[in-house]
Design a protein around this ligand. Sequence first.
Ligand code: MTE
Ligand code: MO
Length: 439
Amino acid sequence: MAKKLSRRSFLKKTMAYSATAVAAATALVPEKAAAKEDPILKKQPWEVNAGDPVDIHPYGFPSPYEHNVVRRTHELLSSGDKRASVAMCPIHELDGIITPNGLFFTRTHGGIAQIDPNEHRLMIHGLVEKPLVFTVEDLKKMPSESRIHFIECPANSSTAWRGPQFNSLQFIKGMMSCAEWTGVPVRYLLEMAGVKPEAKWVLAEGGDSSHMARTLPIEKMLDDAMVVYAQNGEALRPEQGYPLRLLVPGWEGNLNVKWLRRLKLGDKPWHAKEETSKYTMLTPGGKAIQYFWPMEVNSVITNPCPEKPWTHLKKGDIVEIEGLAWSGQGTIKGVDISFDGGKNWVPAKLKGLVLPKAWTRFSYIYKWEGKPLLLCSRAYDETGTVQPTVGQEIAKMGVEAIYHRNAIITWEVKANGEVNHVEIRKPLVDIAKEAGWRK
Ligand SMILES: Nc1nc2c(c(=O)[nH]1)N[C@H]1C(S)=C(S)[C@@H](COP(=O)(O)O)O[C@H]1N2
Ligand SMILES: [Mo]
C-alpha cells in the first residue's frame, strides 16, 4: 500500500517539466522486469566474438538495424523522372536539430550533378567594378563562417492545400532539413568585386544540367547569404550541390542554388531574361504574388506522428511529445501545444539550441490516459508572427497557392494509439464567404 502511494505521488511530480523525473519513471519498469529479460541474461554473439577491425569502413555507415531511416520519394510528389524529383527527409527519425548528410532532403530539376571541383569556377560579374573568377580552393583559403540553418522547399506540404493527402509526416513535411554550413559570406565576395551603385538584383545560377537560375535582391546577398562548401563538417554532398552552393538563410529552398557557378549583378530583376524558374503564388483575388521570399513561422509534432504512433503505450504512461519549429524570419520564441484540436493551448518547452532561421526542437512531458486526442502545435517567432490555423491561411491565400503552406498540422491520436493526419477547418464555402472572395 505504502509503495502504491509513493508511486502515485511520484507520477504526479513527473507531470512537471522534468526530463530526469521521466527517465526515473520509465526506469522503474525495467528494474522489475530485469529478472525475466532475455537480452540481459543471454550471451549475445557480439560479446562472444570480437567485432570488426577499425578500418573495415574508411568512411562509415549507420547500423544495418537503422535501414528504415532513409529518404523517400513518392510518385505524387514528382514527375515520373527521378532526375526532376524530390527525396523527402525522414524527419520523424531525427533527434536534435541537425540532419545527417545522407538524409538531407534532395530536390533537383536536372539530376544530381557530379562535378570535378578542379573544373569548377564561381564567376562574379555584371554591375561590378572588377569581375572575378574564384576556384573552390580560392574560396577555401578565405576566412570562413559556420552557421546552422534549415533549408525548406516552399512546396513542402503543398499537397495539403485541399485537405490531407498523405498519412505520413515524411511525405507532408520532409521537404526540409537543417545543417551546419561552412563557407564565405557573399558580402566579402561582392566587396572584393566592388558593387556598382546601380546594382540592385543578383542572378544566381547553377552549373548542373537544369542551370537553375534565381533572382535575389542585393540586400539579402549583402546581409546573411553565403557561398558554402561544407555541410556538417565535411564537403557538401553531390546531392546538396558539391562543390559550391548558395545559402540564403530562411528563404525559399529554390533560392539556395546548388552547384553555384555564377552571381550576376543587375539593376532590374532577372525574371524576364535569365531566370529559369518561377515560384509565384496565386491569391483568391486572382492576382499572383511574384516574390515570396522568407519561409514563415511553422511547426509540426514529430512524436507522435503517423509513422511513430503510440500503439506501444499503456494508459497512464509518461511520454515526451516532441516536434520541430522553424521560421525564416528569425528565432522561434515559443511553441504551444493543443490536445483538443486548437481550442485550448499550453506552452511547450524549447529544448537545446534556439537559433535564428534554424530548426528548434520543442518538448512537452505528458501522461497519456489512452483517450483520443486532436494533437497540434502552434509556433511563434521573434517578429511576433503566429503560425496560422488552416482556416486563417486559406482565407488569406485560397487553395491554389501551392507554396508556403505553414498552417497548423493536426494529428488525430486514437484510443489505441494510432495516429492520423486530419484537418480541422470550416467548409470551404464558409471560409470563402467570410473572407469575401466573391461579392
Ligand atoms: N542548381 C540547382 N540548384 C537548386 C535546385 C536545382 O535543381 N538545381 N533545386 C532547388 C530547389 S527547388 C530546392 S528546394 C533546393 C533543395 O536543396 P537540397 O536538394 O539540398 O535539399 O535546392 C535548390 N537549388
Ligand atoms: Mo524547391
